[in-house]
Design a protein around this ligand. Structure first.
Ligand SMILES: NC(=O)c1ccc[n+]([C@@H]2O[C@H](COP(=O)([O-])OP(=O)(O)OC[C@H]3O[C@@H](n4cnc5c(N)ncnc54)[C@H](OP(=O)(O)O)[C@@H]3O)[C@@H](O)[C@H]2O)c1
Length: 363
Protein backbone atom coordinates (compact mmCIF):
# COMPACT_ATOMS: atom_id res chain seq x y z
CA UNK A 1 0.00 0.00 0.00
CA UNK A 2 2.89 2.35 0.72
CA UNK A 3 3.89 2.21 -3.00
CA UNK A 4 0.38 3.28 -3.99
CA UNK A 5 0.43 6.08 -1.43
CA UNK A 6 3.69 7.36 -2.91
CA UNK A 7 2.32 7.24 -6.45
CA UNK A 8 -0.82 9.13 -5.45
CA UNK A 9 1.31 11.69 -3.61
CA UNK A 10 3.35 12.17 -6.81
CA UNK A 11 0.13 12.76 -8.77
CA UNK A 12 -1.05 15.27 -6.21
CA UNK A 13 2.19 17.17 -6.24
CA UNK A 14 2.28 17.21 -10.09
CA UNK A 15 -1.34 18.41 -10.13
CA UNK A 16 -0.63 21.17 -7.64
CA UNK A 17 2.34 22.39 -9.69
CA UNK A 18 0.36 22.40 -12.93
CA UNK A 19 -2.85 23.92 -11.61
CA UNK A 20 -1.44 26.29 -9.00
CA UNK A 21 -4.61 25.54 -7.13
CA UNK A 22 -4.50 25.71 -3.35
CA UNK A 23 -7.60 23.74 -2.39
CA UNK A 24 -7.77 20.25 -3.85
CA UNK A 25 -10.18 17.34 -3.56
CA UNK A 26 -8.92 13.76 -3.80
CA UNK A 27 -11.65 11.15 -4.32
CA UNK A 28 -10.85 7.47 -3.69
CA UNK A 29 -13.52 5.22 -5.15
CA UNK A 30 -13.36 1.50 -5.85
CA UNK A 31 -14.39 -1.98 -4.86
CA UNK A 32 -15.26 -2.78 -1.28
CA UNK A 33 -12.35 -4.45 0.44
CA UNK A 34 -9.88 -2.87 -2.00
CA UNK A 35 -8.32 -0.66 0.69
CA UNK A 36 -9.92 2.73 0.07
CA UNK A 37 -10.09 3.70 3.72
CA UNK A 38 -6.55 2.44 4.32
CA UNK A 39 -5.19 4.49 1.44
CA UNK A 40 -7.24 7.50 2.51
CA UNK A 41 -5.99 7.16 6.10
CA UNK A 42 -2.36 7.03 4.95
CA UNK A 43 -2.79 10.03 2.66
CA UNK A 44 -4.54 11.89 5.45
CA UNK A 45 -1.67 11.13 7.82
CA UNK A 46 0.78 12.43 5.30
CA UNK A 47 -1.12 15.48 4.01
CA UNK A 48 -3.48 16.43 6.85
CA UNK A 49 -6.67 18.29 5.89
CA UNK A 50 -10.17 16.85 5.91
CA UNK A 51 -11.17 13.22 5.41
CA UNK A 52 -14.77 12.33 4.51
CA UNK A 53 -16.22 8.83 4.44
CA UNK A 54 -19.04 7.93 2.05
CA UNK A 55 -20.13 5.33 4.64
CA UNK A 56 -21.37 8.26 6.71
CA UNK A 57 -23.86 9.01 3.92
CA UNK A 58 -25.72 5.73 3.60
CA UNK A 59 -29.41 6.04 2.86
CA UNK A 60 -31.64 6.51 5.88
CA UNK A 61 -34.47 3.97 6.26
CA UNK A 62 -37.15 6.35 4.94
CA UNK A 63 -35.07 6.96 1.79
CA UNK A 64 -34.80 3.28 0.91
CA UNK A 65 -37.77 3.12 -1.40
CA UNK A 66 -37.93 0.44 -4.10
CA UNK A 67 -37.56 3.17 -6.72
CA UNK A 68 -34.46 4.62 -5.08
CA UNK A 69 -32.82 1.24 -4.64
CA UNK A 70 -33.32 0.48 -8.33
CA UNK A 71 -31.36 3.59 -9.26
CA UNK A 72 -27.75 2.87 -10.21
CA UNK A 73 -25.57 4.59 -7.62
CA UNK A 74 -28.74 5.35 -5.66
CA UNK A 75 -27.92 3.53 -2.45
CA UNK A 76 -25.89 6.42 -1.09
CA UNK A 77 -27.33 9.78 -0.05
CA UNK A 78 -25.45 11.70 -2.75
CA UNK A 79 -27.81 14.68 -2.41
CA UNK A 80 -26.96 15.11 1.27
CA UNK A 81 -23.24 14.61 0.58
CA UNK A 82 -23.28 17.44 -1.92
CA UNK A 83 -25.53 19.71 0.17
CA UNK A 84 -23.58 19.20 3.38
CA UNK A 85 -20.02 18.60 2.14
CA UNK A 86 -18.93 19.20 -1.45
CA UNK A 87 -20.87 22.46 -1.83
CA UNK A 88 -19.09 23.80 1.27
CA UNK A 89 -15.48 22.84 0.67
CA UNK A 90 -14.78 26.43 -0.31
CA UNK A 91 -16.43 27.94 2.80
CA UNK A 92 -13.60 29.60 4.69
CA UNK A 93 -15.47 29.46 7.98
CA UNK A 94 -15.81 25.65 7.75
CA UNK A 95 -19.04 23.68 7.92
CA UNK A 96 -20.97 20.98 9.75
CA UNK A 97 -22.23 17.65 8.40
CA UNK A 98 -24.20 14.75 9.81
CA UNK A 99 -22.87 11.23 10.22
CA UNK A 100 -25.12 8.26 9.54
CA UNK A 101 -24.67 5.13 11.63
CA UNK A 102 -25.75 1.91 9.93
CA UNK A 103 -26.19 0.09 13.26
CA UNK A 104 -28.41 2.79 14.75
CA UNK A 105 -30.00 3.55 11.35
CA UNK A 106 -29.95 7.30 11.92
CA UNK A 107 -27.81 10.42 11.66
CA UNK A 108 -26.45 10.29 15.16
CA UNK A 109 -23.96 13.15 15.33
CA UNK A 110 -22.77 16.31 13.64
CA UNK A 111 -19.12 16.91 12.77
CA UNK A 112 -17.68 20.40 12.61
CA UNK A 113 -14.85 20.71 10.07
CA UNK A 114 -12.49 23.53 9.34
CA UNK A 115 -11.83 24.73 5.83
CA UNK A 116 -8.73 22.93 4.47
CA UNK A 117 -6.64 22.88 1.33
CA UNK A 118 -6.60 19.09 1.24
CA UNK A 119 -9.94 17.28 1.18
CA UNK A 120 -10.00 13.51 0.83
CA UNK A 121 -13.24 11.66 0.06
CA UNK A 122 -13.14 7.89 0.38
CA UNK A 123 -15.62 5.12 -0.20
CA UNK A 124 -17.70 3.53 -2.90
CA UNK A 125 -19.68 6.21 -4.76
CA UNK A 126 -17.19 8.98 -3.92
CA UNK A 127 -17.17 9.78 -7.65
CA UNK A 128 -20.93 9.83 -8.03
CA UNK A 129 -21.82 12.06 -11.02
CA UNK A 130 -23.91 14.27 -8.70
CA UNK A 131 -20.71 15.80 -7.24
CA UNK A 132 -17.92 14.17 -9.24
CA UNK A 133 -17.00 17.54 -10.80
CA UNK A 134 -15.56 18.65 -7.44
CA UNK A 135 -12.82 16.00 -7.52
CA UNK A 136 -9.39 17.07 -8.78
CA UNK A 137 -7.57 13.77 -8.28
CA UNK A 138 -9.59 10.63 -8.94
CA UNK A 139 -8.33 7.27 -7.71
CA UNK A 140 -9.87 3.84 -8.27
CA UNK A 141 -8.85 0.75 -6.30
CA UNK A 142 -9.63 -2.80 -7.36
CA UNK A 143 -8.95 -6.22 -5.84
CA UNK A 144 -9.50 -9.75 -7.16
CA UNK A 145 -12.71 -11.38 -5.97
CA UNK A 146 -11.14 -14.10 -3.80
CA UNK A 147 -9.00 -11.61 -1.89
CA UNK A 148 -11.94 -9.20 -1.71
CA UNK A 149 -14.13 -11.77 0.09
CA UNK A 150 -11.24 -12.70 2.38
CA UNK A 151 -10.79 -9.08 3.45
CA UNK A 152 -14.51 -8.48 3.86
CA UNK A 153 -14.84 -11.68 5.94
CA UNK A 154 -12.06 -10.52 8.26
CA UNK A 155 -14.05 -7.54 9.45
CA UNK A 156 -17.70 -8.54 9.13
CA UNK A 157 -20.15 -11.11 10.42
CA UNK A 158 -21.23 -14.01 8.16
CA UNK A 159 -24.61 -12.35 7.65
CA UNK A 160 -22.96 -9.10 6.54
CA UNK A 161 -20.59 -10.97 4.18
CA UNK A 162 -23.66 -12.52 2.51
CA UNK A 163 -25.19 -9.08 2.04
CA UNK A 164 -21.93 -7.86 0.48
CA UNK A 165 -21.99 -10.78 -1.96
CA UNK A 166 -25.69 -10.64 -2.85
CA UNK A 167 -26.38 -6.94 -2.66
CA UNK A 168 -23.61 -4.42 -2.20
CA UNK A 169 -20.91 -5.82 -4.51
CA UNK A 170 -23.31 -6.20 -7.51
CA UNK A 171 -24.69 -2.69 -6.89
CA UNK A 172 -21.28 -1.03 -6.86
CA UNK A 173 -20.26 -3.03 -9.94
CA UNK A 174 -23.25 -1.63 -11.83
CA UNK A 175 -22.33 1.88 -10.70
CA UNK A 176 -18.68 1.51 -11.82
CA UNK A 177 -19.85 0.29 -15.24
CA UNK A 178 -22.70 2.72 -15.76
CA UNK A 179 -20.60 5.79 -14.98
CA UNK A 180 -17.26 4.52 -16.36
CA UNK A 181 -15.66 5.21 -13.00
CA UNK A 182 -12.32 3.39 -13.53
CA UNK A 183 -11.89 5.05 -16.92
CA UNK A 184 -11.82 8.49 -15.27
CA UNK A 185 -9.29 7.52 -12.61
CA UNK A 186 -5.73 6.64 -11.81
CA UNK A 187 -6.23 2.91 -11.12
CA UNK A 188 -4.45 0.56 -8.74
CA UNK A 189 -4.94 -3.14 -8.09
CA UNK A 190 -4.40 -3.86 -4.39
CA UNK A 191 -4.73 -7.67 -4.50
CA UNK A 192 -1.15 -8.20 -3.38
CA UNK A 193 -0.96 -5.21 -1.04
CA UNK A 194 -0.72 -5.66 2.67
CA UNK A 195 -3.59 -3.86 4.37
CA UNK A 196 -3.19 -2.00 7.64
CA UNK A 197 -6.03 -0.30 9.42
CA UNK A 198 -6.81 3.35 8.91
CA UNK A 199 -5.15 5.90 11.22
CA UNK A 200 -2.93 3.25 12.72
CA UNK A 201 -1.30 2.80 9.36
CA UNK A 202 2.33 3.55 8.75
CA UNK A 203 5.19 1.17 8.28
CA UNK A 204 3.20 -1.82 9.57
CA UNK A 205 0.88 -2.98 12.34
CA UNK A 206 1.08 -0.84 15.44
CA UNK A 207 0.72 -1.22 19.15
CA UNK A 208 -1.79 1.42 20.14
CA UNK A 209 -3.62 2.52 23.22
CA UNK A 210 -7.21 3.62 23.03
CA UNK A 211 -8.91 5.59 25.78
CA UNK A 212 -11.49 8.26 26.53
CA UNK A 213 -10.86 10.61 29.43
CA UNK A 214 -12.41 13.73 30.85
CA UNK A 215 -10.77 17.11 31.46
CA UNK A 216 -9.81 15.89 34.96
CA UNK A 217 -8.45 12.64 33.41
CA UNK A 218 -11.24 10.40 34.73
CA UNK A 219 -11.71 7.13 32.85
CA UNK A 220 -13.97 5.26 35.27
CA UNK A 221 -16.17 5.32 38.35
CA UNK A 222 -17.41 2.35 40.40
CA UNK A 223 -16.06 -0.02 37.74
CA UNK A 224 -17.88 1.65 34.85
CA UNK A 225 -17.37 4.46 32.37
CA UNK A 226 -19.13 7.43 33.99
CA UNK A 227 -20.64 8.96 30.86
CA UNK A 228 -22.83 7.88 27.99
CA UNK A 229 -22.24 9.79 24.83
CA UNK A 230 -24.09 8.64 21.76
CA UNK A 231 -21.61 7.77 19.00
CA UNK A 232 -18.46 8.36 21.02
CA UNK A 233 -17.47 4.67 20.69
CA UNK A 234 -17.42 4.78 16.89
CA UNK A 235 -13.66 5.26 16.63
CA UNK A 236 -13.05 2.38 19.06
CA UNK A 237 -15.19 0.10 16.91
CA UNK A 238 -13.59 1.22 13.65
CA UNK A 239 -10.02 0.86 14.85
CA UNK A 240 -10.30 -2.36 16.78
CA UNK A 241 -12.56 -4.38 14.45
CA UNK A 242 -10.53 -7.18 12.87
CA UNK A 243 -7.63 -6.48 15.25
CA UNK A 244 -6.52 -7.41 18.76
CA UNK A 245 -7.61 -5.76 22.02
CA UNK A 246 -5.83 -6.21 25.34
CA UNK A 247 -7.67 -5.30 28.54
CA UNK A 248 -7.44 -5.69 32.29
CA UNK A 249 -9.69 -8.13 34.13
CA UNK A 250 -12.02 -5.47 35.55
CA UNK A 251 -12.57 -3.81 32.19
CA UNK A 252 -13.33 -7.22 30.67
CA UNK A 253 -15.75 -8.04 33.46
CA UNK A 254 -17.53 -4.75 32.86
CA UNK A 255 -18.02 -5.64 29.19
CA UNK A 256 -18.93 -9.19 30.19
CA UNK A 257 -18.02 -11.00 26.96
CA UNK A 258 -15.46 -11.00 24.16
CA UNK A 259 -16.04 -8.18 21.69
CA UNK A 260 -17.31 -9.42 18.30
CA UNK A 261 -14.98 -9.49 15.27
CA UNK A 262 -11.85 -8.92 17.36
CA UNK A 263 -9.42 -11.04 19.33
CA UNK A 264 -9.57 -10.19 23.06
CA UNK A 265 -6.66 -10.86 25.42
CA UNK A 266 -7.50 -10.35 29.10
CA UNK A 267 -4.72 -9.69 31.63
CA UNK A 268 -5.46 -11.30 35.00
CA UNK A 269 -3.78 -13.38 37.67
CA UNK A 270 -6.96 -14.37 39.46
CA UNK A 271 -9.38 -15.42 36.73
CA UNK A 272 -9.33 -17.24 33.38
CA UNK A 273 -11.55 -16.25 30.50
CA UNK A 274 -11.32 -18.60 27.54
CA UNK A 275 -13.69 -18.48 24.58
CA UNK A 276 -13.57 -18.31 20.82
CA UNK A 277 -11.39 -15.28 20.03
CA UNK A 278 -10.62 -14.68 23.71
CA UNK A 279 -7.86 -15.79 26.08
CA UNK A 280 -6.28 -14.77 29.39
CA UNK A 281 -2.62 -14.18 30.26
CA UNK A 282 -0.81 -12.96 33.38
CA UNK A 283 1.06 -9.89 32.12
CA UNK A 284 0.94 -7.22 29.44
CA UNK A 285 4.24 -8.56 28.11
CA UNK A 286 2.72 -12.00 27.58
CA UNK A 287 -0.32 -10.47 25.94
CA UNK A 288 1.90 -8.66 23.43
CA UNK A 289 3.89 -11.83 22.81
CA UNK A 290 0.85 -13.93 21.89
CA UNK A 291 -0.95 -11.19 19.89
CA UNK A 292 -1.14 -11.82 16.14
CA UNK A 293 1.79 -9.77 14.77
CA UNK A 294 0.05 -9.10 11.48
CA UNK A 295 -2.71 -7.15 13.24
CA UNK A 296 -2.89 -3.88 15.10
CA UNK A 297 -3.01 -4.29 18.84
CA UNK A 298 -4.99 -1.88 21.01
CA UNK A 299 -4.52 -1.68 24.76
CA UNK A 300 -8.00 -0.80 25.94
CA UNK A 301 -7.73 -0.17 29.69
CA UNK A 302 -8.12 0.15 32.50
CA UNK A 303 -5.83 2.45 34.42
CA UNK A 304 -3.18 -0.09 35.40
CA UNK A 305 -2.68 -1.42 31.90
CA UNK A 306 -2.66 2.06 30.42
CA UNK A 307 0.01 3.14 32.87
CA UNK A 308 2.27 0.27 31.89
CA UNK A 309 1.50 0.67 28.19
CA UNK A 310 2.18 4.41 27.75
CA UNK A 311 5.93 3.81 27.49
CA UNK A 312 5.68 1.16 24.78
CA UNK A 313 2.83 2.14 22.46
CA UNK A 314 3.42 3.66 19.01
CA UNK A 315 0.16 5.58 19.07
CA UNK A 316 -2.47 6.72 21.53
CA UNK A 317 -6.00 7.21 20.24
CA UNK A 318 -7.50 9.50 22.83
CA UNK A 319 -11.02 10.83 23.07
CA UNK A 320 -10.82 14.02 25.09
CA UNK A 321 -14.19 14.44 26.79
CA UNK A 322 -14.73 18.15 27.15
CA UNK A 323 -16.16 18.12 30.70
CA UNK A 324 -15.06 17.65 34.30
CA UNK A 325 -16.49 14.30 35.39
CA UNK A 326 -16.49 12.72 38.83
CA UNK A 327 -14.71 9.39 39.04
CA UNK A 328 -12.29 7.12 40.87
CA UNK A 329 -10.05 5.79 38.06
CA UNK A 330 -7.72 8.07 36.13
CA UNK A 331 -5.50 8.10 33.05
CA UNK A 332 -1.86 8.71 34.06
CA UNK A 333 -0.01 11.86 33.15
CA UNK A 334 2.46 11.24 30.32
CA UNK A 335 5.29 13.09 28.56
CA UNK A 336 3.38 14.92 25.83
CA UNK A 337 6.66 16.07 24.32
CA UNK A 338 7.43 12.46 23.32
CA UNK A 339 4.46 12.45 20.93
CA UNK A 340 3.10 14.38 17.95
CA UNK A 341 -0.45 15.45 18.77
CA UNK A 342 -2.99 15.52 15.95
CA UNK A 343 -6.62 16.56 16.36
CA UNK A 344 -8.77 14.31 14.15
CA UNK A 345 -12.22 15.76 14.71
CA UNK A 346 -14.38 17.55 17.21
CA UNK A 347 -17.97 16.62 17.96
CA UNK A 348 -20.37 19.05 19.61
CA UNK A 349 -23.29 17.94 21.73
CA UNK A 350 -24.45 17.85 25.31
CA UNK A 351 -20.97 16.61 26.21
CA UNK A 352 -18.59 17.65 23.39
CA UNK A 353 -15.54 15.53 22.66
CA UNK A 354 -12.47 15.54 20.43
CA UNK A 355 -10.70 12.60 18.79
CA UNK A 356 -6.95 13.13 19.15
CA UNK A 357 -4.09 10.90 18.00
CA UNK A 358 -0.70 10.97 19.68
CA UNK A 359 2.10 9.41 17.60
CA UNK A 360 5.39 8.67 19.30
CA UNK A 361 8.31 10.71 18.00
CA UNK A 362 11.20 8.57 16.86
CA UNK A 363 14.89 9.39 16.96
N1 LIG B 1 -12.67 5.58 29.60
C1 LIG B 1 -12.08 4.57 29.01
O1 LIG B 1 -11.61 4.66 27.87
C2 LIG B 1 -11.97 3.26 29.76
C3 LIG B 1 -11.42 2.14 29.13
C4 LIG B 1 -11.30 0.96 29.86
C5 LIG B 1 -11.74 0.93 31.17
N2 LIG B 1 -12.28 2.04 31.73
C6 LIG B 1 -12.72 2.04 33.13
O2 LIG B 1 -11.60 1.76 33.96
C7 LIG B 1 -12.05 1.08 35.12
C8 LIG B 1 -11.31 -0.23 35.26
O3 LIG B 1 -9.92 0.03 35.32
P1 LIG B 1 -9.01 -0.55 36.45
O4 LIG B 1 -7.66 0.07 36.33
O5 LIG B 1 -9.73 -0.41 37.75
O6 LIG B 1 -9.00 -2.10 36.12
P2 LIG B 1 -8.44 -2.95 34.89
O7 LIG B 1 -7.09 -2.48 34.48
O8 LIG B 1 -9.47 -3.08 33.86
O9 LIG B 1 -8.33 -4.34 35.62
C9 LIG B 1 -7.44 -4.48 36.69
C10 LIG B 1 -7.10 -5.93 36.80
O10 LIG B 1 -6.53 -6.38 35.59
C11 LIG B 1 -5.37 -7.14 35.86
N3 LIG B 1 -4.23 -6.29 35.49
C12 LIG B 1 -4.28 -5.03 35.08
N4 LIG B 1 -3.06 -4.58 34.77
C13 LIG B 1 -2.22 -5.60 34.97
C14 LIG B 1 -0.84 -5.76 34.80
N5 LIG B 1 -0.05 -4.77 34.35
N6 LIG B 1 -0.30 -6.94 35.13
C15 LIG B 1 -1.08 -7.94 35.57
N7 LIG B 1 -2.41 -7.85 35.74
C16 LIG B 1 -2.97 -6.68 35.45
C17 LIG B 1 -5.44 -7.46 37.32
O11 LIG B 1 -6.36 -8.54 37.39
P3 LIG B 1 -6.37 -9.62 38.56
O12 LIG B 1 -6.73 -8.88 39.80
O13 LIG B 1 -7.42 -10.58 38.14
O14 LIG B 1 -5.00 -10.21 38.60
C18 LIG B 1 -6.06 -6.20 37.87
O15 LIG B 1 -6.68 -6.35 39.13
C19 LIG B 1 -13.54 0.88 34.97
O16 LIG B 1 -14.23 1.93 35.62
C20 LIG B 1 -13.71 0.98 33.48
O17 LIG B 1 -15.03 1.41 33.15
C21 LIG B 1 -12.40 3.19 31.05
Amino acid sequence: MIDIVNKVLEHISAYQKKQTKERIVIAIDGMCGAGKSTLAGLLHESLGGNLFHMDDFFLQPHQRTAERLKEIGGNVDYERFREEVTDHLVDVQGFVYGVYDCGKQCIYRQIQVKSANINIIEGSYSLHPYFEDKADIKVFLSVDSEEQIKRISNRNTKEQVNRFIKEWIPKEKLYFEEYDIPQKCICFDTTHCKMVSEKAAGSGPVIGLIVAYSKNRVIGKDGRIPWRIEGEQKRFRELTTGNVVIMGRKTYEEIGKPLPNRYTIVVSNTKKFEAENCTTVGTLKEALEIADKSKNVYISGGAELYKEAIDIVDKMFITEIDAEIEGDTFFSEFEEKDFHREVESHVDGEIPYTYVTYTRKHG
